[in-house]
Design a protein around this ligand. Structure first.
Ligand SMILES: [Zn+2]
Ligand SMILES: [Zn+2]
Length: 234
C-alpha cells in the first residue's frame, strides 16, 4: 500500500507512541496493537517513523521502566489481571521488535531495528517464539500511487462529479465505477478489504489464500476516506 503522507504518518505514530507510554498498561497494550497494525498497513512513511533509532530507544525505555512507574491498580480483584497486562506489554514490545527486525531485514535504511534486536538478545532479553507466519507484512511492497487526470481504465476525465480513486493493489488511478470492488491483498499484508480495480480484483480473488486472523485497524479509515478527499482538492 502506498504510504500515508509524511505529516500524517508522523502525527499518527506520535499519537500512538504517547498511548504506548500511558501509565495504564491496558492502554499501552492496545496502543502497541494499533502500532503493529499501522506498520503493517500504512506503508513506508510510517516505517520511517517507527523503524528508527528514536523509536527503538523509546521502546527499550518502556521495557526498562519498572512496573512501579506505572499507575498502581488498587483493586485486589483486578490487580492480578493488571500485572498480567503489564507482562503482556513487555512481551508485545519484544514481539514487535523481533517481527520488525525480520520484516525489515532486507532494508538497509532500517538496519537499526536489526541491530536493536541483536543487541537486546545479547543483553539477555527473552523474545517470544517467532513464527514466520506471524511475520506480518510481506517484504513485497505495494506500488506508489500514481496521479492522473483520467481513469486508467475507461479514460473518463476526473472532475467535481467523477472522483479519483486508487487501486491499493496496482496503485493506478480509477473512476469509482472501475474501482468499485474491495479485496484483501495478502501479499502486501493487507487483511482488511480495500479498494481495488477490476483487473486486480479478478487477479487477487482467483487464488485468495486464507486471511490470517490477526488484529488489524480499519485501514479504510486511515487510507481511504480523507486521503481521497485531500487528493480531490484542485
Ligand atoms: Zn473508469
Ligand atoms: Zn489495480
Amino acid at each position: 500500500m502506498s504510504p500515508l503522507p509524511l505529516p500524517r504518518a508522523k502525527y499518527a505514530v506520535n499519537a500512538i507512541k504517547k498511548k504506548v507510554n500511558d501509565k495504564n498498561p491496558h492502554v499501552a497494550l492496545y496502543a502497541l496493537e494499533v502500532m503493529e497494525s499501522v506498520v503493517k498497513n500504512c506503508g513506508q512513511t510510517v516505517h520511517d517513523e517507527v523503524a528508527n533509532k528514536q523509536t527503538m530507544e523509546e521502546l527499550k525505555e518502556i521495557l526498562k521502566k519498572s512496573s512501579s512507574n506505572r499507575k498502581k491498580c488498587m483493586c485486589p480483584l483486578l490487580y492480578p489481571l493488571w500485572r498480567q497486562v503489564e507482562t503482556s506489554v513487555r512481551s508485545k514490545i519484544l514481539y514487535l521488535i523481533q517481527a520488525w527486525a525480520h520484516a525489515f531485514r532486507n532494508e538497509p535504511k532500517y538496519k537499526v531495528v536489526q541491530d536493536t534486536y541483536q543487541i537486546m538478545k545479547v543483553e539477555g532479553h527473552v523474545f517470544p517464539e517467532f513464527k514466520e507466519s506471524d511475520a506480518m507484512f510481506a517484504a513485497e511492497r505495494a506500488p506508489d500511487w500514481v496521479d492522473a487526470e483520467e481513469c486508467h481504465r475507461c479514460r473518463v476525465q476526473f472532475g467535481v462529479v467523477t472522483r479519483k480513486h486508487h487501486c491499493r493493489a496496482c496503485g493506478q488511478i480509477f473512476c469509482g465505477k472501475c474501482s468499485s470492488k474491495y479485496s484483501t491483498i495478502p501479499k502486501f499484508g493487507i487483511e482488511k478489504e480495500v479498494r481495488v480495480c477490476e483487473p486486480c480484483y479478478e487477479h487477487l480473488n482467483k487464488s485468495v489464500p486464507f486471511v490470517v486472523g490477526f488484529f488489524a485497524c480499519d485501514s479504510r479509515d486511515i487510507e481511504g476516506g480523507s486521503r481521497e478527499d485531500v487528493e480531490l482538492a484542485p
